[in-house]
Write a protein that binds this ligand. Structure first.
Ligand SMILES: [Zn+2]
Ligand SMILES: [Zn+2]
Length: 166
């Protein structure tokens, strides 16, 4: 990954952008981290069937694609996270509704979803997520395996939501 090039106040980054058209650009504004969030320098990102559906118009998503990643935290108000290699829960709840208060931000009606709903994704030099969404990756797990955490967890979620009989 290339470093950020600062042009005045704004830092640009490379990104795969969907806005009716699918484009690779080098001048997408790098995310500015709100309080309680972390910025991640993406090391590796995956492509899946959901991305192909978004390109066809699913959810009318506009922004940076990508929701499967492994990367290193480069900005975070909590210094303990900086330089940690992480993967992340892709649903970002509002943090203050009934669902979020019960710790069920994945069902928050106001949630944003990395690279899927109202939140720029990880096919870029940088992406961002709320700090509680981060999961540190054990040092012995290589990027090529860690990048599959999101699709694996999505598959495991099905087993939590569906009761199998017989
Ligand atoms: Zn996916
Ligand atoms: Zn909420």
């Amino acid at each position: 990954m290339l470093g950020l090039e600062c042009a005045g106040e704004r830092a640009d980054m490379r990104a795969v952008v969907l806005d009716g058209d699918l484009r690779f650009v080098r001048d997408y504004p790098a995310p500015e981290v709100p309080p309680g969030w972390a910025r991640v320098r993406v090391q590796m990102a995956g492509i899946c069937g959901t991305d192909m559906e978004l390109i066809k118009g699913y959810k009318e998503f506009k922004g940076v694609l990508g929701h499967e990643f492994v990367g290193v935290v480069d900005q975070c108000e909590n210094a303990e996270w900086v330089d940690k290699r992480v993967v992340g829960e892709i649903n970002a709840g509002c943090g203050h509704c009934e669902w979020c208060k019960k710790g069920m931000g994945r069902h928050c009606p106001e949630r944003r979803v990395l690279g899927i709903l109202d939140l720029d994704g990880c096919m870029a030099d940088y992406c961002m997520l709320p700090i509680p969404n981060l999961q540190e990756v054990p040092s012995d797990l290589p990027d090529v395996r860690a990048v599959f955490t999101e699709p694996l967890s999505a598959a495991c979620e099905v087993l939590e939501q569906v009761v199998l009989r017989g």
